[in-house]
Design a binder for this molecule. Structure first.
Ligand SMILES: *Cc1c(COP(=O)(O)O)cnc(C)c1O
Length: 416
């Protein structure tokens, strides 16, 4: 049986004694190691690593990354405010959002960098800030992702300005005297190194049309293996191929383009595990399924129910026997399954796990990205779970308390 990624028995005992489950546990060592990998990228003409904070917006993690030299991509003005509150310098924050928030003007005045994701947004920016620099997000007409739901480019995607509308971009630029200094591309998640290299050319086409662009922010996601049958993208192969492309572009145009990378998932997904308790074991008799019921589920870890992805599960005990189990969450919702068929969240698929007893702990690995931050908050009125940080020193500290149940209804007004 495979062991948990970083939680060892000693940690689990300590957490059980001192905290309540379910609980998220982050590994500082793993977070730092992944971030360093990107910082060390041997870019041709300089690069910025921008953490896509929507994947996890915990203030300590934002601060830790920011102190290491990472910048931030915010997907809404609220995320930008959250990053500022966490202590990220305002000039290191960029907003590329589907909506123009009420506070956008103030945030830009304070120094947040704005990326227009539609012609309307560009027009609004131009009116408010004539003469100022901004970026544009472009949909290059191709999208791709490890699976279709996480593709964010192509004609089925509303993200970004459609690539044939650069003339209209130029009209707005001239009308307000604004300067487009950054091209922003994000066509999907969990792509292969080959699709990265191909997609760069689509960006260069736009760089040739808009001479003022000095920064190309490109991110089409990278596969980071969490299950043992998966293979992580080969970063060094991407680096090499990208550098070659940037160098050729320089030879052609004399422009040294600054590279920006915007990882979310790759940077962090394996840096968090969730510790939950197996509270009950039931079966459906001779029709066969055997279910482990846990004290967490889709409210804390929504990615399985949303996308049918698979996460490593480890029953913690010293049994040598294995059994096939369907692991389910505690929500009154048939979709609350932790073992679905891959990319098919409608279909349950039993998983071979160590033989479990009621009261055993279960470790779910690979839950850093898009779990805590995307949580189906307070469904069934389950409070938001606590978050712990396993420091490099080995110390385990609480970085978010478990929500108090009263806080669930705190904003409701009594009128009847
Ligand atoms: C979500 C997002 C990312 C990060 O994607 P991952 O697949 O988590 O690496 C980067 N850039 C933008 C604009 C995003 O919306």
């Amino acid at each position: 049986m495979q062991e948990p990624r970083f939680l060892i028995q000693e940690h689990i005992d300590y957490i059980q004694e001192n905290f309540e489950t379910p609980v998220y546990v982050y590994s500082e060592a793993e977070l730092r190691a992944r971030a360093q990998e990107f910082l060390d990228f041997p870019s041709m003409y300089g690069h910025t690593v921008r953490f896509a904070m929507k994947s996890n917006s915990q203030r300590n993690i934002l601060k830790l990354f920011s102190d290491m030299g990472l910048s931030i991509d915010a997907s809404s003005s609220f995320e930008a405010m959250r990053a500022i509150a966490a202590g990220v310098p305002v000039e290191n924050i960029q907003i590329s959002s589907q909506e123009i928030g009420k506070d956008m003007k103030e945030l830009i005045e304070d120094g947040v960098f704005f990326v227009a994701t539609s012609l309307h947004q560009l027009e609004v920016f131009g009116k408010l800030f004539p003469g100022k620099k901004c970026g544009i997000r472009v949909n290059p007409g191709v999208g791709s992702g490890g699976f279709t739901q996480i593709s964010t480019g192509g004609n089925t995607s509303s993200f970004g300005i459609w690539h044939t509308k650069i003339d209209q971009v130029q009209e707005i630029v001239e009308k307000y005297g604004i300067i487009i200094s950054k091209l922003h591309f994000h066509i999907g998640s969990e792509n292969t190194p080959e699709s990265w290299v191909d997609s760069v050319e689509h960006g260069f086409k736009i760089l040739r049309q808009i001479q003022t662009i000095d920064t190309f922010n490109m991110w089409w996601g990278l596969k980071m293996a969490i299950m043992d049958y998966e293979v992580s993208a080969d970063l060094s192969a991407i680096w090499e191929a990208l550098n070659k492309k940037y160098e050729l572009f320089y030879e052609e145009t004399g422009r040294k383009i600054h590279l920006e990378m915007e990882p979310g998932k790759y940077l962090v997904i394996n840096s968090c595990s969730m510790l939950v308790e197996i509270q009950d074991i039931v079966d459906t008799g001779e029709t066969w399924y055997k279910f482990l019921k846990t004290n967490s589920g889709m409210n804390d870890m929504p990615r399985v129910a949303m996308y049918g992805i698979q996460e490593p599960l480890h029953v913690i005990n010293d049994s040598d026997e294995c059994e096939d189990y369907v692991v389910v969450g505690h929500c009154c919702e048939s979709a609350d399954i932790l073992t679905s068929k891959l990319y098919d969240q409608e279909t349950i698929e039993p998983r071979k796990l160590r033989k479990a007893k009621k009261g055993d702990m279960l470790v779910v690995d690979g839950v850093w990205a898009y779990n805590s931050s995307m949580s189906v908050k307070n469904y069934n009125s389950y409070p938001e779970s606590a978050e712990l940080l396993l420091r490099e020193s080995g110390e385990i500290v609480e970085i978010r308390e478990r929500q108090k149940v009263k806080d669930i209804w705190r904003n409701e007004k009594e009128i009847v």
